[in-house]
Design a binder for this molecule. Structure first.
Ligand code: HEC
Ligand code: HEC
Length: 451
């Protein structure tokens, strides 16, 4: 029996079934034989490292209890659907997951006698997003931006407001369209049932990862688990109102239900824009030009200061030094210490725990006409209204204003009337076609302004 280092094994395992023929060239290994060791979910050591800074570290024993609890609730990468011996059902079902879909996406990659593909996640996603969904598959270190770490439950390109979860359709849209301008590909060629299974599996990995983070945080703060495994798995079914949205938040010890609450709540958070004045299928040129002009003014206005990040010409060359939420620990380090050696030491410690090399987030170059969250006017409306989750791009709207024409602008809050968001959309959409040297009207003499 040969043991591989876990990192190396993780890399091999993500490619699917471990195949003895594939290592014929490794003669020393051949001499001692080889075996299939199923991949396992890796513990979130980065989150533990974050919590270790606090007074009470999470002990090894507590880490084991957390791992055992997650195993009981979510199973393994090969067998996510654990059969509960008493009830004959998996807790996943009571959490609201479609187990048939989860099972098709999970596990080893193979096609069955009917030609049905199994192990879809490992086939299509794991080399980037990692078996555990930590955004840390073997390809990840070479990509910029890095693949999403689902475990934080933070998603960027969605129709819902602020930190609200994406809807099922939002995730489906990401899989169909990909994320343009990044390495996240489109999976449009896959049949619909496979896309559905993959979306379900992303939700499963995300809920699992968030549950783990909440358990780590609770144990770090209280020195004990929030409840028994049954309590952590309990609280279902959540009572839903007519629109299918949960009525009350679950109890604190019902950790999974507390995480699921936000997923089920997502449809009530969808941003429905006020009806645009421009008919995008047949725009009136003068009206559009006037809207673009108004948008330009807003872009450079004191309230918005879009140019402070996106640069005076929209090239994305403004503020550069912010970290996204996945690397907040790096930013916190910087504010806590000005000793570069200490910072380097702690960063090394985090990378030993599995973190990727921290990178700051660049504001988008709005001159390229490539929009990661979709290029339709409504996509840009939602991006500007809500900001982009997980990073510095700020929201211009508020939760009260999300329900379209049903809310009057005076009730909508936010820094500008919602009609003006469309002006910003139109200005942003016009930027790739405008001469580059357009600087802010009020800042003649700045880097890109005409002389
Ligand atoms: C070649 C690498 C790669 C592969 C393969 C890949 N992704 Fe991604 N994925 C990325 C990157 C990079 C991002 C982050 C884009 C960003 O931050 O703008 C991403 C982002 C995402 C997001 C988050 C979108 C959001 O709104 O925040 C989801 C969901 C996702 N991928 C799902 C999948 C699924 C499911 C698969 C397999 C079917 C897959 N990805 C395959 C690289 C990849
Ligand atoms: C504090 C910095 C900051 C400010 C202010 C800011 N942005 Fe951004 N913006 C960003 C960053 C960073 C990104 C990239 C986010 C990402 O990739 O996750 C971004 C992305 C975008 C995108 C790309 C959306 C997509 O789908 O690719 C648009 C459009 C945009 N910003 C418009 C605006 C407008 C309009 C304003 C002013 C109302 C504005 N931004 C203000 C930092 C900022």
């Amino acid at each position: 029996m040969v043991r591989f280092s876990s990192r190396w094994f993780h890399a091999v395992a993500t490619k699917g079934a471990f195949d003895c023929y594939g290592i014929l060239l490794l003669i020393p290994l051949l001499l001692v034989g080889c075996s299939y060791e199923p991949p396992h979910f890796l513990p979130n050591l980065v989150e533990i490292e974050i919590e270790q800074d606090e007074d009470e570290p999470v002990t090894r024993e507590q880490q084991k209890t957390i791992a055992d609890t997650l195993l009981a609730l979510f199973g393994t990468p090969d067998h996510p659907v654990q059969k509960d011996s008493k009830e004959g059902t998996s807790p996943l079902k009571s959490f609201g997951f479609d187990m048939g879909k989860v099972e098709i996406a999970a596990g080893k990659t193979y096609s069955d006698a009917q030609g049905k593909q199994h192990g879809l996640y490992r086939l299509h996603c794991a080399h980037c997003h990692g078996i555990t969904g930590g955004g840390d598959g073997p390809t990840a270190p070479f990509l910029n931006p890095y693949p999403r770490d689902y475990r934080q439950g933070v998603f960027k390109f969605k129709s819902t407001f602020g930190p609200a979860k994406p809807t099922h359709d939002d995730l489906k849209r990401v899989l169909l369209e990909g994320v343009p301008g990044t390495s996240m590909p489109s999976f449009r060629l896959l049949p619909d049932n496979e896309i559905e299974a993959l979306v379900e599996y992303v939700e499963y990995l995300s809920v699992r990862g968030e549950t783990e983070i909440q358990l780590i945080e609770f144990v770090a703060a209280e020195g004990e688990m929030p409840g028994t495994v049954a309590e952590i798995a309990g609280g279902f079914p959540l009572a839903l109102d007519d629109e299918g949205v949960p009525e009350d938040e679950p109890e604190e010890e019902n950790v999974v239900a507390s995480v699921m609450y936000h997923w089920l709540n997502a449809p009530s958070q969808v941003i429905r824009p006020v009806t645009p004045k421009i008919d995008y299928l047949d725009p009136n040129p003068e009206e559009l030009a006037a809207s673009v002009k108004r948008g330009e003014k807003l872009f450079y206005s004191k309230d918005m200061q879009c140019n402070s990040c996106h640069g005076d010409s929209g090239l994305g060359d403004g503020l550069q030094e912010k970290y996204s939420i996945w690397f907040k620990w790096r930013e916190n380090l910087e504010t806590g210490s000005d000793d570069p050696e200490k910072i380097a030491r702690v960063v090394h410690q985090f990378m030993e725990a599995g973190a990727l090399k921290p990178r700051t987030i660049k504001p988008r170059n709005l001159r390229l006409g490539v929009y990661q969250g979709g290029r339709r006017p409504i996509d840009l409306y939602r991006r500007i209204y809500s900001g982009i989750n997980g990073g510095p791009m700020p929201a211009q709207g508020t939760e009260q204003g999300i329900s379209g024409d049903e809310v009057s602008d005076s009730d909508a809050g936010g820094s500008i009337p919602r009609e003006q968001i469309w002006d910003l959309v139109n200005y942003v959409l016009s930027l790739p076609y405008q001469p580059l040297s357009k600087g802010p009207p009020q800042r003649a003499g700045s880097k890109y302004s005409p002389r």
